[in-house]
Design a protein around this ligand. Structure first.
Ligand code: GAL
Length: 638
C-alpha cells in the first residue's frame, strides 16, 4: 500500500473540526498523517506541566478511522518557557548574535538544557504511545539544521573541542594536520580553539572543514539520542526524520545509516521549467541513500508555497506528475505539508491538501483524484541503474572553502552532469567514490577535489575492471584535511587519467558565452594517454580545455580539464555513454518528457503543460500536459 497524507496540526483547531478532518481525509484516501511536529508547548506548558489528553483523543480518533500516524517527537521548536528559564539554550550566529524565540528551531543542538528537556519529552511521548495501534512510524524533530545551519555558541565551543580531542588525541597532532604554523595560528591547548566565529580574514581551512564535520555529527547525535529513547521506551515502528534533498550542512550518507527509512521534503519551484530535473536528482539521491528500501516523500506542496519572493501555482496536473516522479524513482509514500491550510501564523498562505477555501477548489479535486489513483497501485522500485554520479559531502564542504582559484558551487557542478544525463533519458544512481561500484558501467565524478585513499582505490579498480570513468578539473587535489598530497596534483589518479594537472586557472563561475567551460581550467600534462580531439567536444569547450581519453586496465578514463555546464557535459557524455554501452530506453524522446525504467519497461512523465507526440517502439502516442504513461518494452528494447 502506498502511504498518502500530510502534516496534521489538530492543535490549531477546535475539536469539532477534527471530525470533519477525519471524514475528508477518508474521502481523499489519506492513510497516514504526521502528528505533533510542532506541539511541544501544547504538550508541556511548563517544565512540570503535561497535557496528553488531547493527543490521546486525536490518536484514538485517527486510529478508529484506520488512518495511520507518523508520530512526531515535537522537539523541533522549543517552548517560550524553556528560553525564559534557560536563556543560553538558543543558538548563536558566527557574528555572536543569539537567535531568539518567536519563530522556530531556536535551540542550540549542543545545549545541555535542550538535550535534557528534549530527552524528557521524547521519553514521555515514547512511553505513552509506543503501543498505540494508530502509530505506524516515528517522526523525530523536523528538518534538522534547516534554518540554523551551524551554531557558534559557547555550548558549541565546548562540544567542538571535545569532538576535536576525540579525533586528534593531542593538540600537536591537530596543529600539524591543520597547518597552524601558517599566520601564527598554533594552539597551545584544545581550550584555545573556538568555533569559526567572525574573524578579520580567512580562517584555517582544516578548522573550517572539521567544524562542518562536527556540526553534522553533533546534530546527528541529537537524532540518535531521540531514536534510542524511543526504542528504550518500547517503540517497534520505523523511526526517521525528514531530510531536505541535497542539503549541504548534513552528511546524509552518514545520517542514512541511522534512520530506518529515508524521508524527504521537496519543493521544486513551479515557475522554473527546469525544476523537475533538480527534483528528479533529489529523488534519485533519496533512493540511493538506502538502496532497496522505498523512501517517503514526507512533504511537498499541494499547490503554491509561501516562502519564495513570488509563489507560483502548480499547474493543473503538476502535483500528480511530480508525485509520480517520486514513486517512479523509489518513493513508497506521498505526503504533503500540510493537511488543512492554517488561518493564522506565517504559513497561512501556504497551500494545503484541504485549502482554506474548502473542497470546491482545484487543489482539493486534484488531491482527491490523486489519492484515488493510488488505491490500485503498489510500491514499485526501479531496477538498478548502470550509471552513477558521485556526490560526497566532505568534498562539498572542502570545495566551499574560500581562497580557491575560483568559487565553485559543487551542487551546480553535480546538477550539470545529472541534468545532461536526465535530458538524455539516462537513469542514474547517486554513490560515493568508496562505495561498491562493481554494478555500474559508467561513473561520473565531477569536481572530486577531496579524494580519500579509499575513494581513489575504488575508482581505480572500477576502471581497471572495465568501467568508464568521467572526471573534471579540480579532482584529487587534497586529502581529508584539505592539504595537498606530496608529489603534485592527482597523485592518486594520474595513471588512470594518463596525465596530471600542474596548475589551475580560475574562470568566471558562469563561464562565458563562447564556450561551455566555467569555474576552473587545468594546465594539464598528458603522459601516457592520448589527447582526444573529438571535434564536437573541442568546439563546445571553446578550445579552452581538452578531454583526455586514457585506456586503463579494461576500462576508460575521460578527464575534462575544465568544469563545464550542461551543454559541455552532454557532449562529453555522448563519448562516455558510447564507451560504456549505455543508451536511453527509447530514442528521440522530447526533452521535457522524463523516462524512468520499471521492471518491464519505462514510465514516461511529461513534465510540461503542453502535449507532446512521442514515438514509441512500433507506435506513436500523444502525452498530454503533465500526463504519465507506463510503457512495456520487450527485452530487446530495454
Ligand atoms: C518545511 C517544514 C514545514 C513547513 C514547510 C513549508 O521546510 O518542514 O514545517 O514549514 O517547509 O513549505
Amino acid at each position: 500500500m502506498i502511504g498518502y497524507g500530510g502534516d496534521y496540526y489538530p492543535e490549531q483547531w477546535s475539536e469539532e473540526v477534527w471530525a470533519e478532518d477525519v471524514r475528508l481525509m477518508l474521502e481523499a484516501g489519506v492513510n497516514l498523517v504526521s502528528l505533533g511536529v510542532f506541539a511541544w508547548s501544547r504538550i508541556q506548558s511548563d517544565e512540570g506541566e503535561w497535557d496528553f489528553a488531547w493527543l490521546d483523543r486525536i490518536l484514538d480518533l485517527l486510529g478508529e478511522a484506520g488512518i495511520g500516524v507518523n508520530l512526531a517527537t515535537a522537539t523541533a521548536s522549543i517552548p517560550q518557557w524553556a528560553v525564559r528559564r534557560y536563556p543560553d539554550i538558543v543558538p548563536v550566529t558566527a557574528d555572536g548574535v543569539p537567535l531568539g524565540p518567536g519563530s522556530r528551531q531556536h535551540y542550540s543542538p549542543t545545549s545541555p538544557d535542550y538535550r535534557r528537556l528534549a530527552a524528557r519529552l521524547v521519553e514521555r511521548i515514547g512511553t505513552r504511545y509506543a503501543a498505540h495501534p494508530a502509530v505506524r512510524m516515528w517522526h523525530v524533530n523536523n528538518e534538522y539544521a534547516c534554518h540554523v545551519h551551524a551554531d557558534y555558541s559557547d555550548h558549541a565551543a565546548v562540544a567542538f573541542r571535545a569532538w576535536l580531542e576525540r579525533r586528534y588525541g593531542d593538540v600537536d597532532t591537530l596543529n600539524r594536520t591543520w597547518g597552524t604554523t601558517f599566520w601564527s595560528q598554533r594552539y597551545g591547548s584544545f581550550d584555545e580553539i573556538q568555533p569559526p566565529r567572525r574573524a578579520p580574514y580567512s580562517l584555517n581551512p582544516g578548522g573550517l572543514l572539521d567544524f562542518r564535520r562536527f556540526t553534522s555529527d553533533s546534530i546527528l547525535e541529537l537524532y540518535m539520542m531521540e531514536r534510542d529513547i524511543l526504542r528504550a521506551a518500547g517503540a517497534t515502528q520505523p523511526i526517521t526524520t525528514n531530510f531536505m534533498g541535497a542539503f549541504e550542512p548534513l552528511d546524509y550518507w552518514r545520517w542514512a545509516q541511522e534512520v530506518d527509512v529515508i524521508a524527504d521534503d521537496s519543493y521544486p519551484d513551479p515557475a522554473d521549467p527546469a525544476s523537475f530535473r533538480a527534483a528528479a536528482f533529489t529523488r534519485d539521491l533519496m533512493r540511493s541513500l538506502k538502496p532497496g528500501t522505498p523512501w517517503i516523500l514526507m512533504e511537498q506542496a499541494a499547490n503554491a508555497v509561501n516562502w519564495r519572493q513570488a509563489n507560483a501555482f502548480k499547474a493543473p496536473g503538476q502535483m500528480a506528475a511530480l508525485s509520480d516522479q517520486a514513486l517512479a524513482r523509489g518513493a513508497g509514500s506521498i505526503m504533503f505539508f500540510q493537511w488543512r491550510q492554517s488561518v493564522r501564523g506565517s504559513e497561512k498562505f501556504h497551500s494545503a491538501m484541504l485549502p482554506h477555501a474548502g473542497t470546491a477548489t482545484r487543489t482539493w479535486s486534484e488531491v482527491v483524484e490523486y489519492g484515488s489513483s493510488l488505491r490500485e497501485r503498489d510500491v514499485d522500485l526501479p531496477p538498478a541503474a548502470r550509471v552513477a554520479i558521485v556526490v560526497d559531502w566532505e568534498n562539498w564542504w572542502a570545495l566551499d572553502q574560500p581562497d580557491h582559484p575560483a568559487t565553485i558551487d559543487y551542487l551546480a557542478e553535480i546538477q550539470a552532469w545529472y541534468s545532461a544525463l536526465h535530458a538524455g533519458h539516462v537513469f542514474a544512481d547517486i554513490v560515493r567514490a568508496d562505495h561498491d561500484l562493481a554494478g555500474y558501467d559508467l561513473v561520473i565524478a565531477p569536481a572530486l577535489y577531496l579524494l580519500t585513499e579509499a575513494g581513489a582505490a575504488s575508482l581505480r579498480s572500477f576502471v581497471a575492471r572495465g568501467g568508464t570513468l568521467v572526471t573534471t578539473a579540480f579532482t584529487d587535489v587534497v586529502d581529508e584535511q584539505d592539504a595537498f598530497r606530496p608529489g603534485g596534483f592527482a597523485v592518486q589518479l594520474r595513471e588512470v587519467f594518463g596525465g596530471y594537472p600542474v596548475d589551475f586557472e580560475g574562470l568566471p563561475a558562469d563561464g562565458d558565452a563562447a564556450s561551455a567551460t566555467r569555474g576552473i581550467r587545468e594546465e594539464f600534462v598528458v603522459t601516457t594517454g592520448s589527447e582526444v580531439t573529438d571535434p564536437a567536444v573541442t568546439s563546445v569547450l571553446g578550445g579552452r580545455a581538452v578531454l583526455v581519453r586514457n585506456p586503463y586496465g579494461d576500462g576508460l578514463s575521460l578527464h575534462v580539464t575544465t568544469l563545464t555546464d550542461q551543454a559541455g557535459a552532454a557532449c562529453v557524455l555522448d563519448v562516455a555513454l558510447a564507451s560504456a554501452g549505455v543508451s536511453a530506453p527509447i530514442d528521440g524522446l522530447p526533452n521535457a518528457v522524463e523516462a524512468v525504467p520499471t521492471t518491464d519497461g519505462v514510465v514516461l512523465i511529461n513534465q510540461q503543460p503542453d502535449a507532446v507526440t512521442v514515438q514509441l517502439p512500433g507506435r506513436t502516442t500523444t502525452l498530454g500536459g503533465f500526463a504519465v504513461e507506463r510503457v512495456s518494452l520487450g527485452a530487446a528494447d530495454r
